[in-house]
Design a protein around this ligand. Sequence first.
Ligand SMILES: *[C@@H]1O[C@H](CO)[C@@H](O)[C@H](O)[C@H]1NC(C)=O
Ligand SMILES: *[C@@H]1O[C@H](CO)[C@@H](O)[C@H](O)[C@H]1NC(C)=O
Length: 357
Amino acid sequence: MELLPVCLWVLIWSGSTSAAEAGPEITVIEGHDVTLPCSISEDITAERFDWRADGQKEVYVYEGGLSSSKDLSGQHEQFKGRVSHFPGGLKDGNASIKISNMKVSDSGKYSCEFRRTNQKQHVKLLVGAAPEPSVTILNQTKDLALLQCKVYGAFPEPEVQWKDSAGNIIPAEKPDVTKTEGKYNIILQTTVTKTDYYRCVSTQETIRHQIDAKIFVLISGTAQKPNIVTIDQTDNWAQLQCEVLGASPKPEVQWKDREGNILPAEEPKISERGGSYDITLQIKVTKTGYYRCVSTQETIRHQTEAETYIYLHGSLTGWIVAAVFGSLFFGVVVVAVLRLRGYICTKGPSDSQKEVL
Ligand SMILES: *[C@@H]1O[C@H](CO)[C@@H](O)[C@H](O)[C@H]1NC(C)=O
Ligand SMILES: *[C@@H]1O[C@H](CO)[C@@H](O)[C@H](O)[C@H]1NC(C)=O
């Protein structure tokens, strides 16, 4: 499994709930810090501003002139030791605060109020929990694998999907969703039949967050033995077809001689259905001999082959014809030579032969 960097971003956009509570909505992922914005266009160094959550809980109070980090006696437990303002921005009217280590339970409506002028500003905060999915192979046979993705402790509820390396969504079973302490636990299973990288993607639309985990699945697959068929044959040649049916992952199919040399074949015909491949590869051979069809699945380091012996009568007849004509010719030559030398007479004994006799 490969861990992906947690992609995180905080977005601010204007969410208008009611005219009175209009203000930006801020989204942040649990565990991170957030800055809640609030400002007016005057020096507020000597002013007082109060931050509250859900209209009542005291989040932070700045009192000009007093040492601001003191006198926070009214601060709610939830925010103790987690909030600070930006002293450098006070003279420019910046009353923003930073809250550290966000928790899902910090989500809510926040307000910032300037005491003297009674001006109030609002911020909506949504804290999401975006745990990385954990992916495992639950069960595997040579043809398929059962994959499981677990997303534990997510908020808001994520959409969890399985995708292949090309980004296609893989049909999965119905997700199993449970809730503990306001967070969602989701288990999603799927069955795959192809060797590939698979990703479990958890998407939280409302906080615009997406995170995934990858797993490589090797399906040893259907490494079918090739089947050799003689399509057509004459005395001088044979058209052979090698068929590898229902193989997965996609094999490379080649014709070879007995020494392992690749023989020039025609273009392979390839068809795919449901992740397994049918491949046919034809070759025309003109010599008697052994021919091999080899199917190689590189990704699973698997090779399987079939062999056939092709006997071409044409070439044998040729040898017989050559042998017959050859011996006839040899016979004629022998006869001619013997005759020249006078060992064979056709018209009775010659004068010389008479002398000898
Ligand atoms: C207030 O200060 C914070 C921290 O420096 C900064 O991020 C923010 O933009 C400031 N706000 C304004 C309105 O200047
Ligand atoms: C894996 O799947 C096979 C075939 O469906 C089944 O017989 C076996 O019990 C399963 N094993 C596990 C651990 O689930």
